[in-house]
Ligand binder design. Sequence first.
Ligand code: BGC
Length: 255
Amino acid sequence: MQPTDVQPADAELAQDQPATVKKTLAVDIGGSGIKVLILDEQGNPLGTRDREKTPDPATPDAVIAIIEQLASQQSDYDRVSVGFPGVVRQGVVFTAVNLHPLWQGCDLAQQLSDRLGRPVRVANDADMQGLGAISGQGVEMVITLGTGFGTALFTEGQLVPNLEIAHHRFRKGETYEEQLGREALKRVGTTTWNKRLTKAIASLSHAFNYDRLYLGGGEVKQIDTALPENVKVVSNVLGLLGGIKLWQSAETARR
Ligand code: BGC
């Protein structure tokens, strides 16, 4: 929808003036760090990315306090997009395996909006990253490799929200996240982790028959295995840049 805040009486005046550009504060809540960056309407970064360690325990109050602090150090913004590491429906958190049980049922969009005084949209972190990475054509899948194992799925640019592969059984009685999350990487080292990643890609390729797979997240730097031709490593910054798309996507709007 086009902005409709220019009234007819103002229209002539507005012709000579640049349209108001909405600035979006993009927030990525991760298991180890919370990152923020302000974006223009095209999703280009304005200013520099800032980061704080995820608090321990990562309760809603503690995490929201850090976001508030990071936001206060940024220049002004009009709205907020949040990537959250769990299942989120209409701004409300359903799961947060790597944060804290108190997140269950937390209306993060509402709570953050009350604190920051701006409208807030929240999506699963892999969904937000994917929105920044995909081409919008065909079936596209995204995996994020960080504390957890994030997954996102799109068909012709449309998000299938909250695809949760992480906690499904993968191999040797363990889930994808138990085999490929940061804990596993530290425990088994990069060689074994890369072998597991190759197997996970093959397994997901057979299950989803995607046209393209994007690999993002902080641990993509550990990838040293050859990847199939339709698999591409994307920058971790896309986790934030995808924030602009939450304001163009019907799935993430509160209804
Ligand atoms: C969560 C996902 C999340 C992923 C990456 C998993 O443990 O269940 O929702 O996308 O970690 O943060």
